[in-house]
Design a protein around this ligand. Structure first.
Ligand code: MN
Length: 363
């Protein structure tokens, strides 16, 4: 039975002129924006198209006559989000961005990346920080790590309860000691770090026949590398209060990954460093989390993953999400699963992670 649902993965729409109006002169010309190019909506930063939106059914969008902004592009606020939650039968949601999600980590100028994160975090705090049922996740710059620590402290001070990093940082992988101050700050401030699938690498490396499926499979399975970096390098063990989550990637791969890490740790002892106090999987079961929309495979492996590190998310409003069908999909998905496990995955783990107040009868 689905008693209550909290979505640990949703996305909000930012104001179309957020960065062009708020970044300082000298940066605002290069900041993230929505542009219309060749009949397609595009997310643009530093003059480059970072992501093209799907073509509209009717061709050109209807526009607001006074601003010229496409009418489909309306910024979210607490009332639009709460209405959508009620429509979907969901109590609360964790909110990631849309434009900032695609653009911020693609920015190559470290100062512009810092400025773009600050603008987004300020708007989030102004707009959503007072709402118990909406948990907006702040953005952290990744190129300048001193600035990243400073922004983490600042966003916590603004009342934000989580922070987003790219799933992959191939220019400086997550086992680099340079990240230690960031891990330490996140653990000390009690801010869970999210690594949302589809960030830090191209989402569309494959082209040609089958590419759409190839790209989706590689995007949602690649967070297993990030799990291995954080566990095997001892990041989680050195920072026992650090919480790290892989978002929107399904969790069917998690049981296998935990097992493969331990197998490598035992069987490749001669090469393994650092030596850990516990097997690598144990730190993830203790401190990690993974969100999924529909994933029967993870539910078949609960005895290997444990029940504390899996969280459901609707991914509203993205096309692969469950919006408007969330309750039906959850009922089907959790048919035959123990009530205590269902409660943990569908609302209790998220409520504990982000200190989300529950309604009467659930406290
Ligand atoms: Mn998502």
């Amino acid at each position: 039975m689905i008693r209550l649902a909290i979505s640990a993965d949703c996305h909000l729409t930012e104001p179309h002129d957020l960065w062009t109006s708020r970044l300082p002169p000298g940066q605002r010309e290069r900041g993230p924006r929505l542009e219309w190019r060749d009949g397609r909506g595009c997310f643009v930063a530093e003059g480059r198209v970072i992501r093209r939106l799907p073509p509209l059914a009717g061709g050109e969008p209807q526009r607001d006559p006074s601003t010229g902004v496409p009418l489909f592009w309306r910024a979210d606020d607490p009332s639009t989000r709460t209405r959508a939650l009620e429509q979907d039968g969901v109590w609360a949601e964790v909110l990631y961005p849309n434009v900032a999600f695609f653009c911020t980590f693609a920015i190559e100028d470290p100062a512009l990346q810092v400025g773009s994160c600050r603008v987004y975090n300020d708007w989030l705090a102004e707009t959503f920080a007072d709402s118990d049922r909406l948990v907006p996740i702040g953005m952290l710059p990744i190129l300048d790590l001193a600035a990243s620590v400073a922004e983490l402290e600042r966003l916590r001070g603004l009342g934000l309860r989580g922070a987003l990093l790219p799933t992959h940082a191939d220019f400086r992988p997550y086992n680099d000691p340079a990240y230690e101050p960031l891990w330490e700050a996140a653990a000390g401030l009690g801010v869970p770090l999210s690594f949302h699938a589809g960030t830090g690498r191209s989402q569309t490396p494959a082209h040609g026949p089958g590419a759409a499926v190839v790209n989706y499979v590689s995007t949602v399975s690649s967070p297993m590398e990030t799990v291995a970096y954080l566990c095997a390098a001892g990041v989680l063990e050195r920072h026992p209060l650090l919480r790290v989550g892989m978002v929107e990637c399904g969790a069917g791969w998690l049981a296998w990954t935990l097992d493969a890490m331990d197998d490598a740790y035992r069987e490749h002892q001669a090469w393994v460093r650092p030596k850990l106090a516990d097997l690598p999987s144990e730190s993830f079961r203790r401190q990690g989390f993974v969100t999924f929309q529909r994933d029967p495979v993870d539910l078949a492996n609960v005895e290997r993953t444990g029940t504390s590190c899996l969280l459901w998310g609707s991914d509203h409003p993205h096309p692969e999400g469950t919006f408007q069908e969330s309750r039906r999909i959850l009922v089907e998905h959790f048919d035959g699963i123990a009530q205590e496990t269902t409660d943990r995955f569908v609302y209790r783990n998220a409520a504990e992670l982000y200190a989300i107040p529950l309604p009467e009868g659930f406290r």
